[in-house]
Structures are given as structure tokens and as C-alpha cells.
Design a protein around this ligand. Structure first.
Ligand code: ATP
Length: 239
């Protein structure tokens, strides 16, 4: 007799945000954001300017207090956790504006971020050969694209369970954008869980397993990139 089929236990989501609300002082920015990132997934968080993408990311990274809803990371409620504890849980943020230490060298920037795990200085240098070529240079002397690679390299040095990319290619020239998207694609292929925000749908969508669209601080649509038709894109993304 064949044994009864067993269904595998459901995976614990890496991130689960439910009905998130956030205020800046008296002004409410998020009114009900919900999203989920499963392990190994790349999720694109989309929406026009000012719709709440960065606020959602900052709330997840515990840089902003939440006024309501739930933020869970690997099943744990982290809504009240301070940001340094969230980073220690394994949330690696590449912030908008690629903040690196300008007066430290490339290698120093990488080494100060290091936490134990498979991503080490040699591995980051191999992943971004341009950073290896500029290892002794001050971060302030790097081009915008190189600074972005350094910001991603710093996040990788923390060995994040989840990599969060906020506008990773904003303001960069086409060639360097392509290089950075290729690197993000490689990370995804290696199984890295990613939550990413970008305005360029043409570059974002091919890398996304799942899309979440925000409008005025609320999740208004989510689904696979193939289901994001012209009606949704036109209505909520202005394309
Ligand atoms: P963009 O693509 O322009 O970065 P976004 O989707 O990331 O936009 P947020 O930056 O999260 O949007 O902004 C959401 C709302 O919160 C907007 O109305 C914005 O004006 C407001 N907001 C953002 N930061 C602050 C702040 N520090 N103080 C007050 N209001 C803020």
C-alpha cells in the first residue's frame, strides 16, 4: 500500500507586514501596508513618489516607530525592537542615497560592517571586482556607481538573511545600472531573500518573484509580475 501523501509544513515567511500604520508626528504616512517575503524570494515594492515605500522599509528596519499593525521577521514580532537589534536579526539595508563612511577606505567601510557568515571581504571583492581595484581609496573619491556597489557590499558583509534595497540605481548612468542589476540578479539566483524598491519597472520586474503596489500609504495590489497588466501599471504606477 502506498503511504498517504504528506504535505510539507508551510514555510515561515521571512517578512510579514500586516496593516502597518506609521505617523511622522501628527501626519499619517502609512494607512494599511501589508506584504510578505518568503525565504529566497525577491519582492518588488512599488508605487509612485511619496506613496510610502521608504517609510515601509524604515519601519521594517525599525528606524521608525509604528502606530499600528504587525511587523514580523521570521515569525517574530519585531514591531517594538530598536534598529540595532533588527540589524542583528539579519535585515541588511542598502539605504537610499548609499550612505558609506566618506573618510574610510573601501576596505575599511566593508570591514567595519562585517558579521560572521559566508560573505567575507575576499568574497565581496570577488563579487564586485571594482571594489577590489579601489580597496585603498577613500569612499568619498568613488563614483556614484562604485559607492552604490560599496553600499551593497557593506550590507552583504553583515550577512543579511534579508537584503533591503531602496532605489539602488537611482541617478546612475545606464551602464553602471546594468552592472548593479546584474549583481542583484546573481544574488537572487544564489537564493538571497530581497525586498527592493526602484522606479525602473523594466529593470525591477524581471528580477521580482512577487510585486506589491502602494498607493497613498496602502497596499492596493499584489501578485506576480506577469499579472501586473497595463491597467494596474497605468492606475498606480503612472506608466
Ligand atoms: P519616493 O519614491 O519619493 O521616495 P516613497 O514612496 O518612498 O516616495 P515615502 O518617502 O515613504 O514615500 O513618503 C510617504 C509619505 O510620508 C509622503 O507623504 C511623505 O511626504 C511623508 N514623509 C516622508 N518622510 C517624512 C518625514 N521625515 N516627515 C514627514 N513626512 C514624511
Amino acid at each position: 500500500m502506498t503511504p498517504p501523501a504528506t504535505t510539507p509544513p508551510p514555510k515561515t515567511p521571512m517578512v510579514e507586514i500586516e496593516d502597518l500604520r506609521v505617523h511622522y508626528g501628527a501626519s499619517q504616512a502609512l494607512f494599511g501596508v501589508s506584504l510578505r517575503v518568503d525565504p529566497g524570494q525577491a519582492v518588488a515594492l512599488m508605487g509612485r513618489n511619496g506613496m510610502g515605500k521608504t517609510t515601509t522599509i524604515h519601519a521594517l528596519c525599525r528606524m521608525l516607530p509604528i502606530s499600528g499593525g504587525q511587523v514580523r521577521f521570521e515569525g517574530r514580532d519585531i514591531g517594538a525592537l530598536p534598529s540595532h537589534r533588527a540589524a542583528r536579526l539579519g535585515i541588511g539595508l542598502v539605504p537610499e542615497g548609499r550612505r558609506c563612511f566618506p573618510n574610510l577606505t573601501v576596505d575599511e567601510n566593508l570591514v567595519v560592517a562585517a558579521r560572521p557568515g559566508p560573505w567575507t571581504l575576499p568574497r565581496v571583492r570577488a563579487f564586485f571586482p571594482r571594489l577590489a581595484e579601489r580597496s585603498g581609496q577613500y569612499a568619498s573619491t568613488l563614483s556614484g556607481g562604485e559607492q552604490q556597489m560599496l553600499a551593497i557590499g557593506r550590507a552583504l558583509m553583515t550577512n543579511p538573511r534579508l537584503l533591503v534595497l531602496d532605489e539602488a540605481t537611482e541617478g546612475l548612468a545606464p551602464l553602471i545600472r546594468r552592472e548593479i542589476w546584474r549583481a542583484i540578479g546573481q544574488l537572487r539566483a544564489q537564493g538571497q531573500s530581497i525586498l527592493m524598491v526602484d522606479k525602473s519597472l523594466a529593470e525591477l520586474l524581471p528580477l521580482a518573484d512577487h510585486c506589491v503596489v502602494l498607493e497613498r500609504g496602502r497596499t492596493v495590489w499584489q501578485g506576480p509580475p506577469g499579472a501586473l497588466g497595463p491597467k494596474i501599471a497605468g492606475r498606480y504606477l503612472g506608466v
